[in-house]
Ligand binder design. Structure first.
Ligand SMILES: Nc1ncnc2c1ncn2[C@@H]1O[C@H](COP(=O)(O)OP(=O)(O)OP(=O)(O)O)[C@@H](O)[C@H]1O
Ligand SMILES: [Mg+2]
Length: 301
């Protein structure tokens, strides 16, 4: 099946005064993906998202949402988008369902469909039955309500700007689980500087670095671009690991029975031959898959 790009960004440039933030950014977000947008603080993630929403004027380049061109100051393409900003604001005196009701009326949904959609979404984000006012909500609860609000209009593209950044590990996991659960209804584009969040749920990733996309693709391709060259060797008998380190001082002992071997110049085969010749049994020998963090560090070198 041919898959279309829900969002496509071509040669996007944006400066603030003399500061060039985006220097020719190209990005394609396939439909039904969970797309992680990685970049450190100040890389230009929020700027990119605001350009997609038509809230900022690009200096150069084009943006297409569902094949329609985005124009600065026009809301036309935003009908396809649900947006959760980095610091969402709510009316503290409302309850979650009152808030969703209010948002639904604002975007012209009829009352019965707002009701049905709200209860479905409050269920999804774990706020069904929550009757307290938003003013008393934790940060995590507010983010969850924000996701429900962004999904209210059944958007084809959900954009979340650092939805997990201010949260503790449990709050982060809750948000990631919700985004993962929402993947059937929409395409998800979220920014983060926490690479393990991307590793957890994303199908695709792009690294924003120095104003351009340093690397993008589906997760397995990106990880396969820089395969690791470390092998873990786990021996069975006490003392065998020490024996190996004596014979190959460059092996690193991780613990009593576990060694790390850097594979270069046929080192691994020498170690394996030695193990066979000396009758050293092993539990496992495996290649360490590089983490996204490793890949990122290599890319930005
Ligand atoms: N309105 C503005 N005027 C001037 N400079 C700005 C403005 N908005 C952002 N910048 C600068 O542009 C750069 C990119 O900012 P942006 O907020 O897009 O980064 P970010 O990747 O979202 O960062 P963070 O992870 O901190 O949210 C930063 O150096 C920032 O200081
Ligand atoms: Mg930001």
């Amino acid at each position: 099946m041919h898959s279309i790009n829900i969002l496509s960004i071509k040669n996007l440039k944006k400066s603030y005064g003399s500061k060039e933030v985006l220097k020719g950014l190209n990005l394609d977000i396939p439909e039904h993906s969970i797309f992680g947008f990685a970049g450190k603080n100040g890389a230009g993630k929020t700027t990119t998202m605001k350009l997609v929403l038509g809230l900022l004027r690009p200096d150069e380049g084009e943006i297409y949402v569902c094949d329609k061109k985005v124009s600065f100051g026009q809301t036309e393409t935003n009908k396809y988008i649900g947006y959760l900003p980095d610091v969402p604001e709510f009316y503290p005196f409302m309850t979650s369902s009152e808030y969703l009701q209010f948002c639904g009326e604002l975007c012209g949904m009829d009352e019965s469909s707002v009701k049905a959609r709200s209860s479905e979404l409050l269920e999804l984000v774990g706020l069904a039955g929550e009757t307290h006012r938003i003013g008393s909500f934790s940060r995590g609860m507010k983010q969850r309500l924000g996701i429900a609000q962004a999904l209210l209009n059944s958007p084809r593209l959900l954009i979340c700007d650092e939805p997990t950044s201010a949260l503790d590990p449990i709050g982060r996991k809750e948000i990631l689980d919700i985004l993962y659960a929402a993947r059937g209804q929409t395409t998800i584009f979220f920014s983060t500087h926490i690479l393990s969040d991307i590793e957890r749920i994303c199908t695709n990733v792009a690294f924003l670095e120095e104003g351009v996309i340093a690397l993008q693709g589906d997760m397995s391709t990106v990880r396969g671009t820089y395969p690791g060259n470390e092998y873990i060797i786990e021996t069975v008998l006490d003392g065998d690991a020490d024996k190996l380190v004596k014979a190959f001082p460059e092996l690193k002992a991780v613990n009593r029975n576990t060694l790390v071997c850097q594979e270069d110049n046929g080192k691994l085969s020498q170690v394996l031959r030695y193990m066979v010749d000396n009758g050293i049994p092993f539990y496992k020998i495996e290649r360490e898959a590089p983490s996204l963090e490793d890949v990122f560090m290599k890319v930005i070198k």
